[in-house]
Design a protein around this ligand. Structure first.
Ligand code: ASP
Length: 409
């Protein structure tokens, strides 16, 4: 059986088991969750997380060295960031659209009196930008600071490209390290069905179904926004700019989407999403290894959609209408907020606090949405990594077309 099929079955069984577990007596669920599902899920996440930092470092270094001229990297960097910003802004507008269409904040009775939430602050954007250059690369790797690791790897890659023959030994070492890491990613991927099953059953069992109630409409709005962005924005981009049938793209990328769904972390999914993009979609290695790690950190369209819907939802709950300037402010803050925050579970809520603060909606409102956030986090993380892969794919396809043209002329 193919891995995709196995993962699909695991997802389905995980959902069924999770729903079944919501009916099980509490001690049975707690026992199963603490001693079976939780540990299996955590081991799976650790297995992939173990590969993230070395893989990003090695593959970006090799990618940069392979590109040869730094100018090409600069051009790709600009395309990537522009694509990221445009898709995120579109995502936020879609979030507004569904929020105003479905009016989830008017659909139920919400108790805002008891709402309590202690907001954590996201790092200021300026600080994030300055800190992209690490003062201590070893510390960046130890703490998994993706932007800093990317920057350091680019420097080493450029040096390798310039030094050529002189540093061929180190270049080969990186190539061999890359082989080892890819072999390990393959190995870890084989365990994905089991990890996904455990993570999903545990997440659904823990979330329970009673949290839904009056929040159902909010969830529907977020999910609808995610579907519209995936089915329209990405599909149109893949079709129009990547000259490919979007269904083919989604089918090929599905294994990575399902791992993102079960781990709720773009960063943890990185080794698998890079591998899937390179092997199943044929994205060039040097492009995938640059665009996808960057995207996992700064491009989160699914998260942006949730923030837009949540902001509209809470503005309705608190009867605090947003004017056009507020909406623009949300687009700006939500886009910038996503730049400095890493792709890990639940980070969207930290950013939401920042967005709400900007438009004067009580931050405690987050208490209402956080109850159902676990499940939405799974879905939006799948979309987050799909956006990164779609952009990597489009850039890679166009690069290939350009190369072919150059060869012909
Ligand atoms: N979990 C998301 C990610 O890793 C971020 C979020 O929306 O909380 O992409």
């Amino acid at each position: 059986m193919s891995l995709t099929k196995k993962i699909m079955i695991a997802l389905l069984l995980g959902v069924i088991a999770g729903i079944g577990l919501t009916f099980a007596p509490q001690p049975i669920f707690t026992g199963l969750d603490n001693y079976l599902l939780g540990p299996i899920g955590q081991i799976f996440i650790n297995l992939i997380m173990m590969l993230v930092v070395p893989l990003v470092f090695v593959s970006i270094t090799l990618g940069t060295a392979g590109l040869g001229e730094p100018a090409k990297l600069g051009k790709m960097g600009i395309y990537t960031v522009v694509f990221f910003l445009i898709t995120t802004a579109v995502a936020i507008c879609i979030g507004f659209g569904v929020g105003y269409l479905l009016e989830p904040g008017k659909a139920g009775v919400f108790n805002t009196e008891a709402a309590e939430y202690e907001a954590q602050t996201a790092p200021p954007v300026m600080e994030t930008l300055i800190n992209i250059i690490p003062d201590n690369p070893i510390a960046s790797m130890a703490s998994g600071d993706m932007l800093q690791i990317i920057a350091f790897a680019i420097f080493i890659g450029i040096a390798l490209a310039f030094l050529g023959e002189k540093t061929i030994g180190i270049y080969r070492l990186f190539e061999q390290a890359n082989e080892i890491l890819n072999w390990l990613v393959n190995l870890v991927m084989k365990t994905a069905p089991y990890g996904a099953f455990a993570l999903i059953a545990s997440a659904i069992g823990n979330a329970g179904l009673d949290a839904l109630g009056s929040m159902a409409m909010y969830m529907v709005a977020v999910i609808l926004g995610l579907i519209v962005h995936g089915a329209l924005t990405y599909s149109l981009a893949i079709w129009g700019l990547g000259k490919t049938n979007p269904l083919k793209f989604y089918k090929a990328f599905f294994p990575a989407m399902s791992v993102a769904f079960s781990t709720s972390s773009s960063t943890a999914t990185l080794p698998i999403s890079m591998k899937t993009a390179q092997e199943n979609l044929g994205v060039k290695k040097e492009i995938s290894s640059f665009v996808q790690p960057l995207g996992a950190t700064i491009n989160m369209d699914g998260t942006a959609i949730m923030q837009a819907v949540a902001t509209v939802f809470l503005s309705q709950v608190y009867a605090n209408p947003l004017d056009f300037t507020d909406l623009l402010l949300v687009v700006l803050t939500a886009t910038l907020a996503s730049v400095g925050t890493a792709g890990v579970p639940g980070v969207g809520m930290i950013m939401l606090a920042m967005v709400l603060g900007q438009v004067g909606i009580p931050v405690e409102g987050i208490a209402l949405v956080i109850g159902v956030d676990r499940l939405l986090d799974m879905l939006r993380t799948s979309l987050n990594i799909t956006g990164d892969a779609a952009i990597a794919y489009i850039i890679s396809e166009n690069d290939e077309i350009k190369e072919l043209k150059a060869e012909q002329s």
